[in-house]
Design a protein around this ligand. Sequence first.
Ligand code: 5GP
Ligand code: MG
Length: 180
Amino acid sequence: MEKIIQLNDRRFKVMIPAEKIDEAVAAVAERINRDYAERQTPIFMGVLNGSFMFLSDLIKKIEFNNEISFVKLASYEGTTSTGAVKKLIGINGSIEGRHIIIVEDIVDTGESIQHMVEMLQAYNPASIEVCTLFFKPNSYSKQIPINYRAMEIGNEFIVGYGLDYDQLGRSLKDIYVVCE
Ligand code: 5GP
Ligand code: MG
């Protein structure tokens, strides 16, 4: 029987079981292991809140020395009303000359990741690559290359494994999709 869960006003059903997520995480970790074998101590930079579960599973499969840090895109308080302008919080210590792997839960239109990459470039890192658990190719409209995509999906709205609906559902081990 199909398992249905309720989060606030919406019902969700399982779309991707935990075992499939694990396989996809392993595959992307293998590519990163290959590509970064020769580079000096990269920094995995998880974007809070959505990436915490992905990063924690991904990093266990990484075979080279690494650092881990988390950043958050926060809206400016007070004066700017649109909410579109975000600042980056959590950069402590220098990332100049370092190899950065941004770890995202999902790249949809690409708005957030483009903004993130632009802000990080100001710190002059040696390189920046993006690793995302989910990528929505039909929605993406930016130029930033998204080189590590664990899974691609359509434009459906998903929750679980770190991703939320109104802050709910992040702890689910499977990925759920909203019921029609
Ligand atoms: P973008 O800026 O790429 O359009 O959107 C990225 C952000 O939108 C993600 O970090 C996430 O917060 C949210 N988002 C986009 N698609 C989904 C989805 O299917 N499920 C959830 N839970 N969040 C999503
Ligand atoms: Mg995100």
